[in-house]
Structures are given as structure tokens and as C-alpha cells.
Design a protein around this ligand. Structure first.
Ligand code: NAD
Ligand code: ZN
Length: 315
């Protein structure tokens, strides 16, 4: 297991990102270290069904009351209504200011639970336990939380850094290939942005990664997490440098919204990146071979490698 520290200007907000087998076992220590008097575990129903029974022995080690809260899976439930419903249940259950939230799930759970934690009684600590590859390589790190509205994605949100991130490959073992691809889209983004050794790893091991090889996936997560930590350290609130992480996202978010959230985030971002490469070549002179290298990787990973231009005008 590797421990990556994300260091922020306020040392009290710096936090560890544990990556690899055994990361999950850090949970009891994290809860005790922060003197949380109860743990509110938030998940979607799919994740709860897959993992909660297996997690009971671990939760029994945290040494405090553990309460479970779930909501329906999917981007459509990344909404204020879900946040309100969860908050109401937590209030009824007596979750107070000294509780800690554990966000156990994919990016949707991380965003919803992180947002709720940031506003519940003016802020609870949250430990992110990402269960999808996308959440492990990207969304669980950096403190961006939020929900969607009819007007677009992530329009209501906060910056609320987690207390720790526990990225354990145990969750990835049965992840559907489609979900692996989604995570690989965000990892490829980080690789193209310069994460050390990441692009090479994806090029050399694309088949292994798609086959769900645990060791290779852990290597991928560690490289992507270390890169994201560096970017967030340099610009915690996205006033400049951190915007690079939005590669493919302007077009991607538009596609997601236009599809009524039928199109998944990872696939939309892949398509958005293809659009961004094309624009970069057409307008900014990106060398053709660089575009071709990136587009061919999208294809090898089974991701969309074009932006659907029909009905859209870039003029
Ligand atoms: P998701 O959370 O909806 O998960 C996808 C599906 O996989 C869900 O049905 C979920 O129940 C299921 N699932 C979760 N873990 C599983 C497991 N281990 N095995 C089997 N199934 C599992 O989607 P996602 O792709 O993880 O995340 C996408 C979201 O992340 C989007 O809303 C996006 O905007 C957000 N995001 C946020 C940030 C950030 O910085 N906050 C960054 C990138 C993406
Ligand atoms: Zn994204």
C-alpha cells in the first residue's frame, strides 16, 4: 500500500490518500484519530448491496456508532433532493456535529456525500472510500463536491477536502468493464496532462487494465492520484492551474446534459476530449501525430474517439 500526502496551505487540511490492498483497513484509525463520535456511512443502493455485508466486521472496529444511509444509484440522483432526503434521515437518526461521514461509492456518492458533509451542521469531516475506478483515479481527491440541477452539471457545490481517501482495489475486482473504461478515460486525461509515467503505463498495459488486473490498476490509481494531488496542491480552489483537469469536460458536460444523463460521465469526457483534440489541432496547431496518439488510445480503451459534430457548430 502507498500513502500519498496531499499538502495544502493550511496543514490541518492536508490529508493522506491510501492506495492499494489494505487501504480500507485504515478506516478505524482515521475515525479514531479525528475523535468522531459516530460514523455516517453514505452509499448508493448498488454499492450497499454489493459491499455492506462484507464491511460490517471493519465497521465494528471503528469503536463508535455506525449508521447507514443509502440513495438510488445514478447521475439523475446526484441532486439537491437526494441531499435533502439524506440530511433528513441523518437528523432523525441523531447524527450530530461530531460525526464523520464515510462516502462509500463511485463519483456520484462522493459528490453527494461530500456536499452534504460540507453543509450538514456547518460541516462534518468526510472520509472518501471510492469504489469505482473513476472515483479512485479522480473524483475522490481534491475536495470538489456538488450536485446537478436542471440547468446543468455540478452547478451547486462546495470545496470540502476529505479527511482521508482510502482507494482499495478490493472494490475494483468485480467492476464491469464499462465502468473500468470510464475510469480509464479520466486516467488517460491525467496521462495526457503529464502525470508521471501514466501515459506509458496505459499504452503498455491497456489490455491488462481492461481485463481488471488488480496490480496494474493499483499502479494506475497511484500515479493518477499522485498527479491529482500535485495539481490540487498548486491550486486548491481552481483559480488557475487546476482548470487543466477540465480537459474534455466542457464538451463532455454538455453531452451529458444534452443526453438527459443517459450518457455516462467517463464516456462523455472521452468524447469531449476527442472534440478538444480536434479543436486544438484546427485552431491552436496541435501536431497531427499528437492528436492521433491520443485518439488511438481512446479507441484501444473502447472509449468514444470522436465528438458527435452533427447538430453542433464550432464556427
Ligand atoms: P457512479 O458513482 O454513478 O457509479 C457508476 C455505477 O457503478 C453506479 O451504478 C454504482 O452504483 C456502481 N458501482 C459503484 N461501485 C461499484 C463497484 N465496486 N462494483 C460494481 N458497481 C459499482 O459513477 P462514477 O463513474 O463513479 O462517477 C461519475 C461521477 O463523478 C459524475 O457525477 C462526475 O461528475 C463525478 N466526478 C466528480 C469529480 C470531482 O472532482 N468531484 C471528478 C470527476 C468526476
Ligand atoms: Zn470528470
Amino acid at each position: 500500500m502507498q500513502e500519498i500526502t496531499l499538502s495544502l496551505s493550511s496543514p490541518s487540511l492536508s490529508y493522506p490518500i491510501f492506495v492499494g490492498a489494505g487501504a480500507l483497513r485504515e478506516l478505524p484509525r482515521v475515525v479514531k484519530e479525528h475523535s468522531a463520535t459516530s460514523l455516517a456511512v453514505i452509499s448508493d443502493e448498488v454499492v450497499a448491496g454489493l459491499f455492506f455485508d462484507g464491511l460490517v466486521p471493519l465497521f465494528s472496529e471503528v469503536g463508535t456508532r455506525v449508521l447507514y444511509f443509502t440513495f438510488q444509484p445514478g447521475e439523475r440522483h446526484k441532486s439537491l433532493a437526494t441531499v435533502e432526503e439524506l440530511a433528513r434521515k441523518m437528523l432523525l437518526a441523531g447524527v450530530d456535529r461530531s460525526a464523520m461521514v464515510a462516502a462509500v461509492g463511485g463519483g456520484v456518492v462522493g459528490d453527494v456525500a461530500g456536499f452534504l458533509a460540507s453543509i450538514y451542521m456547518r460541516g462534518l469531516k468526510v472520509v472518501q472510500v471510492p469504489t469505482t475506478l473513476l472515483a479512485q483515479v479522480d473524483s475522490s481527491i481534491g475536495g470538489k463536491t456538488g450536485v446537478d440541477t436542471d440547468a446543468g452539471k455540478n452547478l451547486l457545490g462546495t470545496f470540502h477536502q476529505p479527511t482521508a481517501v482510502l482507494a482499495d482495489p478490493v472494490f475494483l475486482a468485480g467492476l464491469p468493464t464499462q465502468q473500468l473504461r470510464e475510469g480509464l478515460a479520466e486516467a488517460l486525461k491525467a496521462g495526457l496532462l503529464g502525470a508521471q509515467g501514466l501515459l506509458e503505463l496505459i499504452e503498455e498495459s491497456a489490455d491488462d487494465l481492461l481485463a481488471g488486473n488488480g496490480e496494474t490498476l493499483t499502479e494506475l490509481v497511484a500515479k493518477a492520484a499522485a498527479f491529482k494531488a500535485l495539481v490540487v496542491e498548486a491550486d486548491e480552489r481552481e483559480s488557475g492551474h487546476r482548470m487543466i483537469l477540465n480537459l474534455g469536460h466542457t464538451l463532455g458536460h454538455a453531452l451529458e446534459a444534452a443526453s438527459g444523463y443517459e450518457l455516462s460521465h467517463g464516456f462523455a469526457v472521452a468524447s469531449g476530449m476527442a472534440g478538444a483534440f480536434k479543436l486544438s489541432r484546427d485552431i491552436l496547431g496541435l501536431p497531427e501525430e499528437d492528436e492521433a496518439r491520443a485518439v488511438s488510445l481512446l479507441g484501444r480503451l473502447g472509449l468514444p474517439s470522436i465528438f458527435p459534430s452533427e447538430g453542433f457548430s464550432f464556427a
